[in-house]
Design a protein around this ligand. Structure first.
Ligand code: GDP
Ligand code: MN
Length: 379
C-alpha cells in the first residue's frame, strides 16, 4: 500500500527525522490559510501516488499566501500520470545547498533491508541508477542485529564530508531504519534529503510503501489507504478477497493457488503468450469467487482469452464449474474461455460444463497452448 507524502511525513516525524511542519489542503482557501500560518515562502505539492511530481508541474514555490492559493488552484484537479490531484501539501520552503537520495527497500534477493544512498539526489534517481550506478552506495542490514552504528556512519559518509552533516545524517539513517521496521514497510525513501546553506540536514520528500500483509495487525495504517490512486481492477479484487495483479498481456488467467498461478504464467510465456494478470482465487472455492474473478478479468479490454487452470484439492472443481456457469448466465463473456481442471470432483465438473455446452480438459500444456493460440488469432 502506497502512502501519500503527507502521511509518510507523519511517520518520519514520529521517528524524529528533521523536516518543516506543514499541512494538507483540499482547496485553495485552505492552502492559503496554511501558508499564512507557517509564514514566508512555501512549497505547494501535489499529493498523488506517483514519482516525478516536480517535473510534471506538481511542485510549486509560493512567496506569500495569495500565491499559495494561486498555486493550489493550478495543482488541485490536475492529472499527473493518469491520477487526479485531490490534495496538496503546503510546507515552508527550504533553501537548498545539496540534494541527496536515501532509500531503504526490502531486497528479496538478499532477504534483507537494503539501504541505497547517493549524493546525486533530487529528481531522477532511476536515471542515476541506470547510467552511473557507481554513484549509489548499497548496504544490507542484518535484521537480527539491526542497523549498526558503523553502518549508519558509512552511509552518512557516502553523502557528506562536513562532520555536522555526517552526524545529522547518521542519526537520520537510524531513524529511517526504525520507521521502516516498525511500520512493516517494503520501501521508505527520502528524496531529496537536503542540506541548507545554514548547515541543517532536512527531509524534503517522503515515500513509504507498507507491505499489505502488515495491514491486518495495523488498522492505524490500513485507514491511510487511498483507493483513488490504485488500479480499479485491483481494488475490486481486494474487496472480493482475490489476490490479483494486473499485467499488460492478453491471456486472462484464473488459477487456484499462488504457486500454480506462477507456473501458469510461466507456461503462457513458454508458449509465446503474455498473461493479462496474476489471479489466485484461493484454496476454498465458492462459485461467487469465480463470478467476481470473471467480472474483473472481462472488464480488461486487452483480454482476448480466459484461461482457467484449476487443481482440485481443497478446491472443489465442481464449485469452480458452477461459478463459470453462473457467471456466463449473469453476463455475456465475449472472449473464448479455455478450461483446464483436474482433481476433486472433476467428473461432476466436466458434466456441469458439458450441460451448458462448454468443454474442459485435463492437460495443462494442452490448455495453455490452446489459450495462447486463441489469443494470437484474436490479436
Ligand atoms: P517529486 O518530484 O515527486 O519527487 O517531488 P519532490 O518533493 O522530491 O520535489 C521535487 C523537487 O522540487 C526537489 O528535488 C527540489 O528540487 C524541489 N523542491 C521541493 N521542495 C522544495 C523546497 O522546500 N525548496 C526548494 N527550493 N525546492 C524544493
Ligand atoms: Mn522526490
Amino acid at each position: 500500500m502506497n502512502l501519500h507524502e503527507y502521511q509518510a511525513r507523519d511517520l518520519l516525524k514520529v521517528a524524529g527525522i528533521p523536516m518543516f511542519d506543514g499541512d494538507v489542503a483540499s482547496t485553495p482557501t485552505e492552502a492559503e490559510a496554511i501558508a499564512r500560518r507557517v509564514g514566508g515562502t512555501v512549497v505547494v505539492k501535489a499529493q498523488v501516488h506517483v514519482g516525478g511530481r516536480g517535473k510534471a508541474g506538481g511542485v510549486k514555490l509560493a512567496r506569500n499566501p495569495a500565491e499559495a492559493s494561486e498555486c493550489a488552484s493550478q495543482i488541485l484537479g490536475m492529472t499527473i500520470k493518469g491520477l487526479v490531484v485531490n490534495k496538496v501539501l503546503v510546507v515552508p520552503a527550504a533553501e537548498i545547498a545539496t540534494e541527496s537520495y536515501v532509500g531503504l527497500i526490502l531486497d528479496r534477493a538478499t532477504q534483507r533491508p537494503v539501504f541505497m544512498v547517493s549524493d546525486a539526489g533530487g529528481v531522477d534517481i532511476e536515471e542515476v541508477a541506470a547510467k552511473t550506478p557507481e554513484k549509489i552506495t548499497k548496504l544490507a542490514v542484518d535484521p537480527r542485529y539491526g542497523l549498526q552504528p558503523h553502518q549508519a556512519l558509512t552511509l552518512a559518509l557516502a553523502l557528506y564530508r562536513d562532520w555536522a552533516h555526517v552526524k545529522a545524517a547518521t542519526r537520520i539513517m537510524h531513524q529511517l531504519y526504525t520507521v521502516f521496521m516498525s511500520n512493516g514497510a517494503s520501501l521508505a525513501e527520502i528524496n531529496p534529503l537536503v542540506t541548507t546553506p545554514d548547515g541543517k540536514v532536512l527531509a524534503l520528500d517522503a515515500k513509504i510503501i507498507i507491505d499489505d500483509n502488515e495491514l491486518d495487525r495495523r488498522p492505524d495504517l490500513a485507514v491511510l489507504r487511498d483507493e483513488s490512486g490504485e488500479e480499479p481492477s485491483e481494488v475490486q479484487a481486494r474487496r472480493a478477497n482475490l489476490t490479483f495483479i494486473k499485467l499488460d498481456g492478453d491471456v486472462g488467467c484464473v488459477v487456484n493457488g499462488a504457486g500454480l498461478a506462477m507456473a501458469t504464467m510461466d507456461l503462457v510465456k513458454y508458449y509465446g503468450g503474455e498473461p493479462a494478470n496474476f489471479l489466485d482465487i484461493g484454496g476454498s472455492s465458492n462459485p461467487e469467487k469465480v463470478v467476481n474473478a470473471l467480472k474483473i478479468i472481462t472488464a480488461d479490454p486487452n483480454v482476448k482469452v480466459i484461461l482457467f487452470n484449476i487443481f482440485g484439492g481443497i478446491t472443489r472443481t465442481d464449485d469452480v464449474a458452477n461459478g463459470i456457469v453462473a457467471a456466463t448466465k449473469q453476463f455475456k463473456v465475449e472472449v473464448p474461455i479455455v478450461i483446464r481442471l483436474t482433481g476433486t470432483n472433476e467428473a461432476e465438473a466436466f458434466k456441469i460444463l458439458e450441460s451448458v455446452g462448454m468443454a474442459a480438459m485435463n492437460d495443462m500444456d494442452a490448455a495453455v497452448s490452446k489459450a495462447v493460440a486463441l489469443a494470437k488469432e484474436a490479436a
